[in-house]
Design a protein around this ligand. Sequence first.
Ligand code: BGP
Length: 480
Amino acid sequence: VTKIFCLADDVSNKYFPEDFMFGTATAAYQIEGAWNEDGKGENIWDNYTHGHPELVTDNSNGDVACDSYHKYKEDVELLKDLGVQHYRFSIAWSRILPTGDADVINEAGVAYYRNLITLLRENNIQPMITMYHWDLPQALQDQGGWLDEFIVDKFEEYARVLFRLFGDQVTYWFTFNEPKQTCLLGYEYGSNAPGIKEPGIASYQCSHNVLKSHARAWHIYDDEFRSTQNGKVSIVIDSNWFEPNSDSEEDQTAAETKRQFVFGWYANAIFHGDYPEIMKTRIAKRSELEGFNQSRLPEFTEDEIAYIKGTHDYIGVNFYTSSLIKAIDEPDIDTPTYDKDCGISEFTSPDWPDSGTSWLKITPFGIRKQLNWVSKTYNNPDIVITENGVSDIDSSNLDDEIRINYYRDYLSNLRDAIDDGVKVFGYTTWSLMDDFEWMTGYTQKFGLYSVDFSSPNRTRTPKSSAAYYKKGDKYTLFSR
Ligand code: BGP
């Protein structure tokens, strides 16, 4: 057993299993830049940030970002220096298929990812690939995007191209990163690209097509590639821990309802083939009250349920924070429709420390509870934490104690979850380096490495947390 973990105040010394995977993550639009180079097609984030710069906190975009398209070799050096076992990154659909269509493959894009994957493997770093981290080719959005069922065939074609091109070198695949954010922020609240606001309908339609696309990709792998490539395919679902505000039965039920609306929306489908009962019942009831003649939540057919059920070889969980959930009689009138459908009240405790991001309170206990809940609810699957991290806003602060404490305390709780019997086999920090953080632009810093966005060279400098994640320091978190 490698001694990995010993909290300063914990005399018992905790160990991670020797084969436990430590890694770090990024996503294409957030780091690559080169938005229109070497044949890459436009995607919805290019289009959205160019058309509406005012919607991003610092009016920025991912045109150059960390310039990882040109600096991937340096990125791999950083990963080597961290000593990580895996690197989770995403492939930009429109860099491989500029119009989203599999008839035209952009060879320069293929070469970029092939070089990256090869270099990672030469250095014993497992690539963990997200196929879709929010950057839909604009040409596909123009034909309806995730709201139109044609996208399922398009995603199938894209998935087949990726498995064919890279599958011999990749064990860990994820179809989608955080489908809830794709659908809710992109098509219901309209805060993320493509900025569509169709409350109560579009996010459900989007999710319906995302789940069908996910299942299609999993089956393609199973039917055509698994016997020769022997990899694993799943999805990344985002989760807060939703803690009941009191011991009352009402609050316990409300918290479970919220978990089902957030995590169960996707997990129940891929584990059991369909949406959670509570979602089906609540949305049908509210739709009826609103005068719809059918539920705003689309239905899967029996065949679709059978097809979607079981489309997971493991499960990716993004985890950052927690909130408190209280039962309410009736949501406020101005509550967004999806939240009305869920019908609970959500808030945070003033006792929980802040980070640089308003939605992210520091709640280490939550990761243990969430892991236990996922394990219990979905029959103890293999789990990897695919993102976990904390932001601050001061780019000059390389001595990032906030991040060291965060990782120490979350990892300690994750380690406890292993003792609880949860089959979590890996942990991935968000993020390798400071990057373009969607609507907050470059103002939120999540990286183990700081990036100088004012230098054309996009110089990377390790923060204290990088040294800490590498092998432990005065806090003796872990050493390899
Ligand atoms: C997750 C995304 C990441 C990353 C992170 C930080 O939801 O998968 O891409 O951005 O959150 O969140 P944000 O940028 O919204 O602060």
